[in-house]
Design a protein around this ligand. Structure first.
Ligand code: SDX
Length: 443
């Protein structure tokens, strides 16, 4: 028995035959995808819910249409709004890129100057932020402090809930891009037991951040130009990366129409994980654990056995070749290490990479260094504590999270994110209990 369930679409389509019913279906193909909603018509019985797609961790599922970042994992291509990442990293300024990611075009000089001025004059945070920073122990992980600090900003700007008001979105972009470095620096100074350093509005973005981190009694902090340049480039490289785990979190949380501060706080929390942004911290701990190049073969054997930890900083869901960002960061490493001295960890990292890239276990699985493999070495060379590396990632990714959040909000196809499930639990069963609810708490 065959009968198309719907008029065959004139364009490209999949012809699906359901062996359970013998029925055939034509499902339209657009952008080399099918809408899984079009599968719903496929049923055995009329009262069935209809067919769904099943794709744990979204390994092969597009959740949105986006024009912000393009990645070709096989060719190692990464572009922000069409511009190749290596050209942007070599020449651009991070705030220029933050503008590009949101607006889709590079800013004019007037737009850039106004944007820099707006960000500069919003770097201060409410004094109360300092008080709840005090609530954290001296050894609190700075990512916990950053997650809390960003979420708290929501309470200081209640009108941010008016997410359909473009002016409210404009000021939220300015405030978050401006205040992330300040909250991050306050977290750093709290953990160090040092007084907070307020923003210096005469300094550019990267230099101001380094000033809030490192200034002591000097009236004005002079960041080392190589370090300031490294921070600017690393912020550009980490600014966006299409639908990664933390961006997916920001889009999903933002789809409930919560304010952008709360949505970005969800992104910070997702980035904290060692499989995602926490990997740069995990790389350094892995290098410390290896300790010496002579221990690398035994470590690699442990990774390959599957019993040890993963080779942190290697592998990627999308890149099945060298992460283009890793190449740029590796070059940056050389510049920074010339200032701070070749680190023992760098020797281990270079040897680890050399061995891994010649070992079939990694090559066959297309496991190459990702953006996190070398970033940690630069941050370590700049004397940032290991548990602070992901905070630096979060400052930069705020530009991408906000741009993706707004694109989701303005996308007419998007609604509140609410996936379905395949139920694997009990069928209906009657409830009965023999519990005694007198709450006799035995001593
Ligand atoms: C970031 O998505 C993004 O864009 C993220 C990011 C961004 O800018 O937002 O690029 C930033 O998060 C970079 C990734 C940082 N994470 C790490 O470096 C942690 C180590 N890497 C892995 O955990 C892993 O590679 C992932 C999480 C990055 C990707 O995992 P996938 O795509 O789910 O791949 P998988 O776990 O299914 O691995 C496939 C195979 C498995 O072996 P088999 O079961 O086939 O035998 O490769 C193995 C894995 O065990 N494998 C590794 C490995 N990564 C994967 N084996 C050893 N070391 C590794 N690092």
């Amino acid at each position: 028995m065959s009968g198309t369930s719907a008029a065959a679409p004139s364009g490209d389509h999949l012809e699906i035959k359901d062996s359970r019913t013998g029925k055939s279906y034509n499902v339209p193909i657009t952008d080399d995808t099918i809408r899984t909603a079009d599968l719903k018509q496929i049923k055995v019985n009329a009262e069935d819910f209809g067919m769904m797609g099943y794709d744990p961790a979204f390994m092969n599922t597009a959740s949105c249409r986006s024009a912000i970042t393009f990645i070709d994992g096989d060719k190692g291509i990464l572009r922000y709004r069409g511009y190749p990442i290596d050209q942007l990293a070599a020449k651009a300024d991070f705030l220029e890129i933050a503008w590009l990611l949101r607006h889709g075009e590079l800013p004019t000089q007037a737009e850039y100057d106004q944007w820099v001025k707006d960000v500069t004059y919003h770097t201060y945070v409410h004094e109360n932020i300092k008080h709840f920073m005090e609530g954290f122990r001296y050894d609190a992980h700075p990512m916990s402090m950053l997650t809390a600090g960003v979420a708290a900003l929501s309470s200081f700007y209640p009108t941010a809930k008016n997410i359909h008001d473009e002016k409210e979105r404009d000021i939220a972009f300015v405030r978050l891009i401006a205040k992330m470095p300040t909250i991050a620096a306050f977290a750093y100074r709290h953990v160090k037991g040092m007084p907070y350093v307020y923003p210096d509005n005469s300094l550019p973005y990267a230099e101001n951040f380094l000033s809030m981190i490192a200034r002591m009694s000097e009236p004005k902090y002079e960041a080392h130009p190589v370090y300031a340049k490294a921070i600017n480039i690393l912020f550009i490289l980490h600014a966006d990366h299409e639908q990664n785990c933390s961006t997916n979190a920001v889009r999903a949380v933002g789809s409930s129409h919560v304010d952008p501060y709360s949505a970005v706080a969800a992104g910070v929390a997702a980035l904290y994980g060692p499989l995602h942004g926490g990997a740069n911290e995990a790389v350094l701990r892995m290098l410390e654990h290896i300790g010496h190049v002579k221990n690398i073969p035994a470590f690699i054997a442990e990774v390959k056995s599957g019993k040890g930890e993963k080779l942190m900083g290697f592998g990627h869901r999308v890149y099945k070749s060298y992460d283009p960002r890793a190449k740029i960061v590796k070059g940056l490493c050389d510049d920074v290490l010339k200032i701070s001295g070749m680190s023992h960890d760098m020797e281990i990292a270079l040897e680890l990479e050399r061995i891994a890239l010649s070992d079939d276990y990694f090559v066959s699985r297309k496991l190459y260094p990702n953006v996190d493999f070398y970033t940690g070495l630069i941050y370590r060379a700049m004397h940032f504590p290991t548990d602070y590396f992901t905070v630096l990632f979060a400052i930069a990714r705020t530009a991408g999270w906000l741009s993706q959040w707004e694109e989701m909000l303005l996308d007419k196809e998007q609604k509140i994110a609410r996936p379905r499930q395949i139920y694997t639990g009990y069928a209906e069963r009657p409830y009965s209990t023999k519990l005694d609810y007198s709450h006799k708490i035995t001593k």
